[in-house]
Design a protein around this ligand. Sequence first.
Ligand code: NAP
Length: 491
Amino acid sequence: MDTMTMLLFGATGDLAARKIFPALFRMYLDRKLPQPFWVVATGRRAWSQSRFRAHIEESLRDFCQDRAGDFSRLPVFLQGIEYYEMDVRQPQAYLNLHHYVRSGESERRIGENRLFYLSVSPELFAGIAGNLHRSGLSQTSGWRRLMVEKPFGSDLASARDLNRKLGEAFAEEEIYRIDHYLGKPMVQSLGSLESANPIIHAIWNSRYIANVQITASETIGVEERAAYYDHAGAIRDMVQNHLLQLAMLTAMHVPGRMTAEEIQAAKRNVMEAVRPLDKEDVRLHVVRGQYSEGSIDGTHAFAYREEAGVAPMSMTDTFVAARLFIDLPRWQGVPFYLRTGKRMKEKSTRIVVQCKPSEEAELPNLMVIHVSPDQGMTLRLNLNGPGKPGQLEPVELKYANQENLPEPYELLLAEAMKGDRTHFAQWEEVELAWRWVEPILAAFAENRVPLHDYPAGTNGPDAAYRLLEEDGFTWWLDPQDEPVYTPVHAR
Ligand code: NAP
């Protein structure tokens, strides 16, 4: 791997403490970092080097418990990280930083390869990129790459504006837009599922598949993020990015080799074919909900409107279910259902592919891709029980990944360090996704779609069940008293 300097903006923030530094520490332990390895960690706080390193050490002890046996290597790891205090809104600060980085690189004999990671509030993204450019920091003799956190815009216009500004300083091939769902191991396996398995390739079309259900449910509420979430809602926070990315990866067909370019083209092909919604029709295909008071695992949960930082009459969606169609020959007429919510009954991200029924068997074949927290696959088939001719019973083939798999941030950082953009969101995908979401945003803003209440700790509003019942389907696997694979028709 090339030697490089990683410049992390927002190094004193929450994400850096919970995800980025733990990922770097694990990579260090697993010898996946370049040597020498140097992180220039910037923040606004007037912290000394030792104060900052103590802060990182504390979070590593919290978030890398599973590597406690390796904590003796912490001091050497921390040596590779230097805190640099600056206000990112001050152009002069970048000139000083440039000087600091150049002398550090020559002292450490590091090539002029720079990985800039923006883990700051999105309002600062464009300004930082512009200042990196103008100060010369991003004008390197080696490579330069920009990793950008989500959210990428809050609607189509703001996303375009941000992209144009980043584009003044970095080429598209140099921009790594993070969608951490793309760093989840089972999501990374989705790419090869159809192309590497003729058995799946043969059924991956509307002749055999009845519908696809993509669920990402959380049990947590808004926690400390109310200021952001109350303006974003589930539609911006989850649907525009993570859920549409999962839909693209599930529906894509990669005809050739699985290169980053082939995968990007295949995803774009899907997103371009997603049937647009009219603002007037949104209510026919999209359900929105907001959680009311309830209980999760026996613990009382406040209503969304009672959460700290949420407007008392907030109309923000904490739940969205949507039906979309992909107008490609292979997916003609197959509904893709997306669903996400906060304060739901269980934490689960999964993709359920329901096959069309056979004449003999009442229960359809199902393929379930468990993305998180379980990671694996289940295939449900119908078989005769021994000595029971004509009596079909569902049987499940299960693959559960028990290995200690890398965290998404580890995989994504490693890919960006190697210059592999396979699992990052490309601009065209992001733009197409915003374009599809725009009429939904407008319909929500104009209250054209009812805001259904669902008690915290449930599977969402009944309207989300009715959305599927209209098509003769039901959501699979919602935890009920019944066995998990029995269809259920209401909460
Ligand atoms: P955060 O805890 O508020 O941290 C923000 C960071 O930005 C701090 O290090 C802060 O430094 C720095 N900063 C703010 N203004 C600055 C300025 N003028 N000059 C220099 N540094 C400045 O935010 P976060 O939760 O870590 O989120 C960071 C990014 O990740 C955001 O884009 C967010 O949307 C995204 N993200 C976060 C999460 C999450 O779980 N936290 C999940 C997904 C995406 P000081 O504190 O020293 O002022």
